[in-house]
Design a protein around this ligand. Structure first.
Ligand SMILES: Cc1cc2nc3c(=O)[nH]c(=O)nc-3n(C[C@H](O)[C@H](O)[C@H](O)COP(=O)(O)OP(=O)(O)OC[C@H]3O[C@@H](n4cnc5c(N)ncnc54)[C@H](O)[C@@H]3O)c2cc1C
Length: 587
């Protein structure tokens, strides 16, 4: 059943307690509850995905609004970023059933084969290799045909996709006028921007049709795909929302290790904490920020960090919260002709009727621009082998099939951080650093579980990262100067005019990077898995080392950030973890 208050719980003991009803947590809870002999509880801090303002977590095009000043977000910020003129950046995280899968931008990429094969090596477990993970990627998804019925021949490879999984995935249901120009560019500049039929085949590099987790024109999240169907059809799974897990509680000793099978929950800083117990184990799926936070609040972590926060350190795990990796991004825009068909009338509110009409169309048959994420193509690229950056620093990616940077194109003005214009027609382009070498951290700064932790992604703290982003900007500039854009991409928008001027210098690009960088919201690796027991936080089975009874299944356990958007990979990892847990208990 779904509960909104701990007093509604009919029992305080379950076989498994999953902390966080987010992307990974809901996969684990749904898969474990397939066995009717086990009982599962999910505790989620945030709100329902179906109540107040649920259109923001349902209508794909409105997705970006689900995070900004919304009830669905934790409203975290970073510490001042030294390389970004000391700016404090918003650091969005989903605070809702489905977690960040309910608020993210719906781009669906699994990563490169080389990313996963390197995970298998670093973790010392071949089950993380691409060839093994492919069955889990397929297990998580059902390929969708677009709601508008257009042909998708030549836009994806059916052989690498699932047909019976909980998450709906497909290419765009809404074609845009810029699509043909992007495809033409892959032909005109094919050596730098080759076409890739399916970036989820293990072969990531090149420009492809963007896949998104959209089903029947609506967001497909771990709440809609996994959790809700499980709770509606089974008696052995309960979900408690609007309730925070505040810390783990030691229950004894097992195998010579301190055992933590109980936890405390509270709805407000002043409510009396309630203790719940897992007969088998606790699965932490609170994400890269909050899974480490909960362990630290329980006295587990780097003793010096805990001491500063006023928490008594009982188990020393020095790497917890360290190694935070994220993909920085910058947006840039170009003016296009005034008669171009873009989504600016909606997103810049140039035409007050545009959103009303689009909403009417979406409500009638789930088609139109609102069923899309506003972007139909994405590309993943490498620095050339002979680039000065590689010569100076070496190749920092996972292998020759992994990306150093990404470009994607949107059919209108899109940005985070830049003030929006009130008129004009645009094409936007994101530039993302996919193999960053900067490392940040998260740490508690108080023993109060309701206080936000300190978050430092430490963007652009290495010259490799800066030089790679400069290369990405120059690459985007070459793309838009292809003959395919002649007469369409007219001039750079004012913010980037200096950066894109024909005689611009690296200093111009760096100034833009320092002013406009944002997080793409992919924090990962803060409780990394590693085969070396002196490194990282969890073992190959994702069990927290040095304690018993606790496993972590979420974005924090990745040894390094994949060279693409992570969510499809997180679903795959959670499917693998569910099988590992089932097999550990003979379920
Ligand atoms: C705005 C945004 C845009 C993004 N865009 C994309 C994209 O387009 N493509 C892509 O691949 N990735 C994207 N990402 C990243 C991706 O969505 C995340 O990496 C992924 O969803 C993280 O999964 P997770 O299971 O680790 O954590 P989450 O899905 O964040 O789940 C953690 C859950 O735990 C809950 N929780 C936390 N603390 C507690 C506590 N103390 N007690 C109880 N519950 C707790 C949270 O409320 C949350 O529901 C985006 C993320 C954001 C925020």
């Amino acid at each position: 059943a779904f509960y909104t208050d701990p007093s509604q719980l009919t029992k305080k003991t379950y076989d498994f307690i999953v902390v966080g009803g987010g992307t990974a947590g809901n996969v684990v809870a749904a898969r474990l509850s397939e066995n009717p002999s086990v009982s599962v509880l999910v505790v989620e801090a945030g709100v329902s995905n179906t109540g107040y303002r649920s259109e923001l977590v349902t209508i794909p095009f409105l997705g970006p609004q689900a995070s900004v000043n919304s009830p669905f977000d934790w409203n975290y910020t970073t510490v001042p970023q030294a390389a970004l003129n000391n700016q404090v950046l918003p650091y969005y995280r989903g605070y809702v059933l489905g977690g960040s899968s309910s608020t993210n931008f719906l781009t669906w990429t699994r990563g490169a084969k080389d990313d996963w094969d390197k995970y298998a090596t670093l973790i010392g477990d071949s089950s993380y290799s691409w060839n093994n993970m492919l069955k889990y990627f397929k297990k998580s998804e059902t390929w969708q045909h677009p709601v508008d019925g257009h042909s998708t021949a030549g836009q994806y490879n059916p052989a690498v996709h699932g047909t019976n999984g909980p998450i709906g995935v497909g290419v765009t249901p809404q074609l845009f006028p810029i699509d043909s120009r992007v495809i033409k560019t892959t032909q005109q500049l094919s050596s730098e921007f080759p076409f890739n039929l399916d970036q989820n085949s293990g072969k990531l590099l090149g420009v492809g049709w963007l896949q998104s987790d959209v089903k029947d024109g609506a967001r497909s999240s771990s709440a809609t795909g996994y959790l809700t169907p499980a709770v509606n059809s089974r008696k052995n799974i309960d979900v408690l929302i609007q309730t925070r897990v505040t810390k783990l509680v030691r229950t004894g000793t097992s195998g010579g290790l301190p055992e933590y099978k109980s936890l405390q929950i509270a709805q407000t800083p002043t409510s009396n904490p309630i203790t719940l117990t897992a007969k088998k184990e606790i699965i932490l799926s609170a994400g890269s920020i909050n899974s480490p936070q909960i362990l630290m609040l329980s006295g587990i972590g780097d003793p010096s960090t805990l001491k500063k926060a006023g928490v008594n350190a009982t188990v020393s795990v020095p790497d917890l919260g360290k190694n935070l990796q994220d993909h920085p991004l910058i947006f840039a825009q170009w003016h296009v002709p005034d008669n171009a068909s873009t989504f600016d009338p909606i997103s810049l509110n140039e035409d007050p009727n545009a959103l009303t009409n689009a909403l009417a169309q979406w409500t009638a048959n789930r088609t139109g621009v609102l069923s899309s994420i506003g972007s139909n193509h994405i590309g993943f690229f490498r620095l050339p082998d002979n680039s000065p950056v590689i010569k100076k620093y070496g190749d920092k990616s996972a292998g020759p099939g992994s990306a150093h940077y990404e470009l994607a194109w949107q059919n209108g003005f899109v940005s985070v951080g830049q003030p929006f214009p009130t008129s004009g027609k645009y094409i936007s382009n994101i530039h993302v650093l996919n193999a960053p070498t900067s490392r940040g951290y998260i740490a508690i700064n108080s023993a109060d579980p309701f206080k936000a932790p300190t978050i430092d992604p430490n963007f652009f703290s290495t010259d490799f990262d800066l030089q790679t982003m400069i290369y990405a900007v120059r690459s985007a500039q070459r793309f838009i100067r292809a003959q395919a854009w002649s007469g369409y991409a007219l001039s750079a928008y004012s913010d980037s005019a200096a950066m894109f001027a024909p005689n611009s210098t690296d200093a111009d690009v760096i100034a833009y990077i320092r002013k406009w960088t944002q997080s793409i919201k992919h924090p990962m690796c803060t409780a990394a898995a590693n085969k070396d027991s002196s490194k990282g936080v969890v073992d190959a089975n994702l069990k927290v080392r040095k304690i018993s009874g606790v496993r972590i299944v979420d974005a924090s356990v990745f040894p390094f950030i994949p060279s693409s958007h992570p969510v499809a990979g997180i679903y795959g990892l959670a499917e693998l973890a569910s099988d590992k847990i089932k097999s550990a208990y003979g379920l």
